[in-house]
Design a protein around this ligand. Structure first.
Ligand SMILES: [Zn+2]
Length: 312
């Protein structure tokens, strides 16, 4: 048995497979990314806590003797085990290596890949349909987010993709949906563009806000940042059905039919979720970066094809 193997046995360290699972679980709970393991990184202790490692196990060192240089190099047994487990996950393409992730995000992090994400969901017993709603990042989705955010804003924009298949069942289409959603809600700082509502789940992992298409999928709308808006559930619904739309300067316009509604419609205590919009006639909150604002061609299409048709 190797020196390292003997040390692992002597100190009753967890097996590499167990550490691999713990790493995947940890990645899942950290939204798909954990920092490269540096000395004294929290994550190193966090996973050690998972295994209830005692002080001896945490502080065990391997000593390598460099005869030529006449020195002894000490390396943490736990740290090495952790690194070997992560390295193996990378070899199996279940995570991307920090050097590889860096090229995409400029951060040295281990990141789940789609395969790693699927495997983690399976072993945590979470249905894969949850992927649409969980905020966990994956390398493939981050690639799409980067592409959506870095495209140059065109002067003339067509929000339609005539070649698009409306039934999005392919793996690629699902990835694109998640990329679109994430790019939009990040660009709008997780707030509804109309009412400003910003709220996450009590465990802070999910956001209430949704990524709305201005030209919807059913009308061949593209998954671009210029065809999207971040809206809360209520305003997403109200926008899709044409209760409100926007002028070219993003001022909210509401359907005249609001006046015909019975007085107890659309109210939550004192809050009148459509009527208030009508009174305020306010301009929505858009991303700081103008490149990420919706394109006029999409705004006009919604006004003419959804709003005006519903409001007549
Ligand atoms: Zn809202």
């Amino acid at each position: 048995m190797s020196y390292e193997g003997k040390m692992l046995e002597d100190f009753k360290m967890p097996t590499r497979k167990e550490v691999e699972q713990a790493l995947l679980k940890s990645l899942f709970h950290h939204n798909g990314v954990i920092k490269e393991f540096g000395a004294r990184e929290n994550i190193v202790n966090e996973i050690a806590d998972d295994f209830n490692l005692n002080e001896k196990q945490r502080n065990a060192y391997l000593e390598t003797i460099y005869k030529k240089e006449n020195r002894v190099k000490k390396s943490s047994l736990w740290h090495r085990l952790l690194f070997r487990a992560a390295d193996n996950l990378a070899k199996e393409k279940l995570v991307s290596r920090p050097t590889h992730t860096f090229l995409l995000t400029k951060k040295k992090e281990w990141m789940l890949t789609e395969d790693g994400y699927d495997k983690t969901l399976k072993f945590l017993g979470i249905p894969s349909a949850q992927k649409e709603f969980l905020p966990v990042k994956s390398y493939e989705v981050q690639k799409i987010v980067k592409k959506i955010k870095s495209q140059e804003r065109p002067e003339l924009y067509s929000p339609f993709d005539r070649n698009k298949k409306i039934i999005t069942i392919t793996k690629e289409a699902k990835l694109r949906n998640r990329g679109f959603r994430q790019a939009i809600i990040e660009a709008y700082d997780f707030k509804c563009a109309v009412c400003g509502l910003k709220i996450n789940t009590p465990n802070t992992t999910q956001w209430e806000v949704e990524a709305a298409h201005i030209v919807p999928h059913s009308s061949f709308g593209k998954d671009d940042i210029w065809n999207g808006l971040a809206l809360c559930h209520l305003h997403h619904w109200a926008y899709d059905v044409g209760w409100f739309s926007f002028e070219d300067n993003f001022r909210v316009i509401t359907s005249r039919k609001i006046q015909t509604l019975s007085h107890d419609y659309g109210k939550m205590w004192d809050y009148d979720f459509i009527g208030q919009l009508a009174k305020r006639g306010s301009i929505i909150s858009l991303p700081d970066n103008k490149n990420n604002h919706p394109h006029l061609s999409a705004i006009i299409w919604h006004r003419e094809n959804i709003f005006l048709k519903q409001s007549q």
